[in-house]
Design a protein around this ligand. Structure first.
Ligand code: NI
Length: 168
């Protein structure tokens, strides 16, 4: 297993829509293991393939690691098929270091996709897991959590980023 370099905003690969996984053989299983190793190493609660420069619709996530009992979960081609209620959560992203902001999401969702062996998988999620899934699925659609905050807040963040880049 390898720790893959995490792409940092504004890397263009983060703004691209990923493509459906069609082949679960080939290098996919190795790639999933590398994604998991990268997520745990960061550490992060979830990781989408775009974040390591790959445009396949693959996400890995694990909210159970917070209680010290990690349980890796993998989903291919995930899509949200139901959404209920509202939750506001302070989000961060491995691709957007040193910044967090409150984001409004669905409180409960149902996600359909496939497991790493290509078997159909449905996950009903609530609270933090629902937030993580929506955040990672956004990545696959080329969307970041800063796209979901107010224009004012995003402007402040982008100016800070420019200033940091200029100081480097
Ligand atoms: Ni992220």
């Amino acid at each position: 297993m390898a720790i893959l370099p995490i792409r940092i905003y504004p890397d263009p690969v983060l703004l691209h829509e990923a493509k459906e996984v069609a082949d679960i053989n080939g290098d996919l299983q190795y790639f999933i293991d590398d994604m998991a190793a990268t997520m745990y190493h960061a550490p992060g609660l979830g990781l989408a393939a775009n974040q390591v420069g790959d445009l396949r619709r693959v996400i890995v996530f694990d909210v159970a690691q917070r209680d010290g009992s990690p349980e890796l979960r993998v989903m291919l081609n995930p899509r949200i098929i139901a959404c209920e209620g509202e939750i506001i959560h302070n989000e961060g992203c491995l691709s957007i270091p040193d910044y967090t902001a409150e984001v409004k999401r669905c409180k409960k969702i149902c996600v359909a996709g496939f497991d790493r062996e290509g078997k159909p998988l449905e996950i009903e999620a609530e609270g933090l897991l629902a937030v993580v899934l929506q955040h990672e699925i956004d990545h696959l659609n080329g969307k970041l959590f800063i796209d979901r905050i107010s224009r004012l807040k995003r402007g402040i963040y982008l100016r800070k980023l420019k200033k940091q880049a200029a100081e480097r």
